[in-house]
Design a protein around this ligand. Structure first.
Ligand SMILES: C[S@@+](CC[C@H](N)C(=O)[O-])C[C@H]1O[C@@H](n2cnc3c(N)ncnc32)[C@H](O)[C@@H]1O
Length: 419
């Protein structure tokens, strides 16, 4: 599994947990592997052989990785209660697609929804064949929509996703795939051409406005937009809906479940809002205008400030409860040194995690592995005053038995950050 962003990345073996840091010169090989290699491209095949020699790649007859499939299916079992109504072929197509995927591009803020979520989303479009536009599709929604008989167009900035989707879709599918940056004006042929659009933008106001304005411009009269709205993006979404004057006809709470690039469950969920243009809806930006919003995570805008990582050893498994930690964090907040705008807790396979998005646009993640007596703290972006305070809190709560902590500055961020 590869995870990359501008200038750096990592490879991880899901089978053994082993990790390799990628050098900038390795990235093109990994991207080529993720996007697939045309048979006739001898240079790329030489690169592939080089990657195989380093243990990064093996030749296989199927693109579906059984190991990944198992991991995704295990995550979906957390949501067995909402799987009964899934259209089975749509679900299977998306599950196979995600099991064939090898690459997450953090520089484009990719964090995919689970196949069960995608199948439920696609089912909301209805049973009559519709023309559907998908704005950004690392979720592989297009595969579910095609299985349900819809005509699909995808605008996606990441060539690896475009190429993966092209390989996975049936040859006779009614699918148009365009490698496209939504900041550019909308291709004129797409204006007023669709019955529905799908968008799962990052949460900043600029990114939400961009995805929503492009989607609305593409809707034919009577069309609807299906937009994912995270808790962190709720206020911005309300503001954008108000400014553009769109009707929010439905909003399903916690509809979307996501997984992280290492195939663990993501910390956040998001709502699904259904929006419709009104007679007085104003498109800002207009479809023929370029728009460069702040807050859109793209390769170029991705923050490269370092994050910090601390490892605590010999923690006391008895006291390493998130609830104790939460109490102390709230005390710290009262001192004004930490401003948490969104927090989530998660426990999986004995690992307890506590993720906080901070008012400064960064994040703090605490991971506790009581079975191994290990704790980890990530602070992104690095902030020595905040780190010092958090280390004191953690030392107090999880009881270090005198062991000095390891500290590390890491380039980019191991936790997800909004600009
Ligand atoms: C924005 S990401 C999903 C973010 C996710 N919902 C989250 O948790 O923040 C959704 C898709 O949009 C694509 N994308 C990002 N920026 C884009 C742009 N400027 N133009 C087109 N697609 C873009 C990504 O590659 C990805 O496939």
């Amino acid at each position: 599994m590869a995870s990359t962003q501008k200038g750096w990345g990592e490879l991880r073996s899901l089978a053994t947990g082993e990790r390799w840091d990628l050098r900038p010169e390795d990235l093109s090989i990994v991207r080529a592997l993720a996007a697939g290699l045309p048979e006739h491209d001898a240079d790329k095949h030489r690169e592939l052989n080089a990657a195989a020699k380093r243990g990064w790649a093996v030749q296989a007859t199927s693109t579906v990785d059984a190991h990944v499939r198992q991991r995704v299916e295990a995550l979906e079992r957390h949501f067995a209660w909402c799987r009964s109504a899934l259209p089975p072929t749509a679900h299977e197509a998306v599950l196979a697609g995600h099991s064939a995927r090898r690459h997450t591009h953090r520089g484009f803020a990719q964090r995919s929804a689970l196949p069960e979520t995608i199948a439920r989303r696609a089912a909301l479009v209805g049973t009559e064949p519709k023309r559907v536009l998908v704005l950004g599709d690392d979720d592989l929604s297009s595969l579910a929509l095609l299985e349900l008989g819809h005509h699909v167009t995808v605008l996606e900035i990441d060539e690896a996703i475009v190429s993966l989707t092209r390989r996975l879709a049936r040859a006779d599918a009614s699918l148009e795939l365009l490698t496209y940056d939504l900041r550019e004006p909308l291709p004129p042929a797409l204006n007023s051409a669709f019955d529905a659009f799908f968008a799962d933008p990052v949460s900043g106001p600029g990114a939400l406005r961009l995805f929503i304005a492009r989607g609305l411009a593409a809707l034919a009269p009577g069309g609807r937009g299906f937009v994912c709205v995270s808790e962190a993006g709720a206020a911005s979404f309300a503001a954008v809906a108000r400014e553009l004057t769109v009707e929010v006809s439905e909003q399903y709470t916690d509809f979307n479940h996501y997984y992280a690039p290492d195939y663990t469950l993501a910390f956040h969920t998001s709502d699904l809002a259904i929006i419709r243009p009104r007679a007085d809806t104003t498109l800002r930006p207009r479809p023929d205008e370029p728009f460069l919003p702040r807050g859109l995570t793209t390769e170029d805008h991705f923050p490269t400030t370092p994050a910090s990582r601390y490892v605590f050893k010999n923690i006391d498994p008895g006291t390493s409860q998130i609830i104790h930690l939460d109490t102390m964090i709230r005390v710290l907040e009262r001192t004004g040194r930490l401003n948490v705008v969104e927090r989530s807790y998660f426990e999986d396979g004995g690992v307890r995690s506590y993720l906080m998005h901070t008012g400064q646009g960064g994040a703090v993640l605490v991971r506790l592995l009581p079975n191994d007596k290990v704790g980890e703290l990530f602070v992104s972006p690095a902030d020595s005053v905040l780190e010092e305070a958090l280390v004191v809190v953690l030392l107090g709560v999880i009881g270090i038995a005198g062991t000095v902590v390891e500290t590390q500055r890491v380039r980019g961020s191991s936790v997800y950050t909004m600009v």
